[in-house]
Design a protein around this ligand. Structure first.
Ligand code: UDP
Length: 239
C-alpha cells in the first residue's frame, strides 16, 4: 500500500450513522468536522473518493422487517445516502475543496451520473469525488459499494470509517471484556476466526482482489485525516 500522501488514491467509506450524530438526519457540526479533516488530507495531495452510508436515515432491512417491501425500502435507503453526500459536499466546499457528487441513480439537477472514467479524471484534478445512491441496486450495502468503487477507480486502499468502534477486535468490545484489538490481520485470518469485519459481499470482493482495507473509528479528532494520509490507525486488513 502506498504510504506517502502525495499521489495516494483512496476510497473512504463514511458511516451514515456518524453523520446523524446519534439521531435521524444530519448533524452539521459532525459533517463540518469530517469535511475539514478530508480537506486537510486533500491539501496534502491525497486523491479522495468517498462513499457515504445512509444509516442515519433508513436501512432497507429494518424497514422491511416493519412491513415495507424490501426493494422499495432499499431505494429509500439509497436516497438517504444522497442527502448525506450533499451535506458533505457543502461543507467540503466551505473548507475550500472542489467536489463532485456522482450518483448511481440519475438525478441530474443535484449530481452527475456515476461515470467511472470521469470520476478518475476528477480525482486526478484534485477534486474530492463523493459517490451517492449506493450501487443503485436493492439488497446491497454501502460497504459493498465502497469495495466496488475502490476497485473501479483503482484506489490503493479502502478506508472503512466506523461509528462506535475504532478497529477490528476478536469479539465485540462493547459487550465482551476479553475482546482484544487487532493491529493487522489477513482476509484469511478474518475468515478462519469468523470475524465480522465488513459484510460478506464487500469482504469477498476485497479478498478476491487483494485490496488492502483499514477499519478505523471516525469519531476521534484528526482520525479521518490520519487514515487518509496513510498513518497507522485502526486495523489493517490485507490479502
Ligand atoms: N442500499 C441499497 N443498495 C446499495 C446501497 C445501499 O439498497 O447499493 C440501501 C440499504 O437499504 C441500506 C441503506 O441503503 O440499508 C443505507 O446504507 P447502509 O446501511 O450501507 O449505510 P451505513 O450503515 O453505512 O450508514
Amino acid at each position: 500500500m502506498r504510504v506517502r500522501p502525495e499521489g495516494r488514491r483512496v476510497l473512504l467509506k463514511l458511516s451514515g450513522e456518524a453523520f446523524g450524530g446519534g439521531a435521524v438526519g444530519v448533524d452539521p457540526d459532525v459533517v463540518a468536522r469530517v469535511a475539514r479533516e478530508i480537506a486537510d488530507a486533500a491539501a496534502r495531495g491525497v486523491q479522495i473518493a468517498i462513499v457515504v452510508g445512509g444509516g442515519n436515515f433508513f436501512r432497507g432491512a429494518e424497514l422491511s422487517q416493519r412491513g415495507m417491501e424490501r426493494s422499495r425500502a432499499d431505494y429509500m435507503g439509497m436516497l438517504g445516502t444522497v442527502m448525506n453526500c450533499l451535506a458533505l459536499q457543502d461543507f467540503l466546499e466551505q473548507a475550500g475543496r472542489d467536489t463532485r457528487v456522482q450518483t448511481a441513480i440519475t438525478m441530474g439537477q443535484v449530481a452527475e451520473p456515476y461515470i467511472p472514467r470521469r470520476a478518475i479524471r476528477h480525482l486526478e484534478k484534485g477534486r474530492v469525488v463523493i459517490f451517492g445512491a449506493g450501487a443503485g441496486l436493492p439488497y446491497f450495502s454501502t460497504d459493498t459499494v465502497a469495495a466496488q468503487r475502490a476497485l473501479e477507480v483503482k484506489a490503493d486502499a479502502v478506508l472503512m470509517g466506523k461509528n462506535g468502534v475504532d478497529a477490528v477486535y476478536t469479539a465485540d468490545p462493547r459487550t465482551d471484556p476479553t475482546a482484544t484489538r487487532l493491529e493487522h490481520l489477513t482476509y484469511g485470518d478474518a475468515l478462519r476466526e469468523g470475524l465480522k469485519v465488513v459484510d460478506a459481499t464487500a469482504f469477498s470482493l476485497l479478498m478476491d482482489n487483494r485490496l488492502p482495507m483499514v477499519v478505523f473509528g471516525m469519531e476521534g479528532a484528526g482520525d479521518v485525516t490520519r487514515a487518509l494520509v496513510g498513518e497507522r490507525i485502526g486495523t489493517l486488513v490485507t490479502g
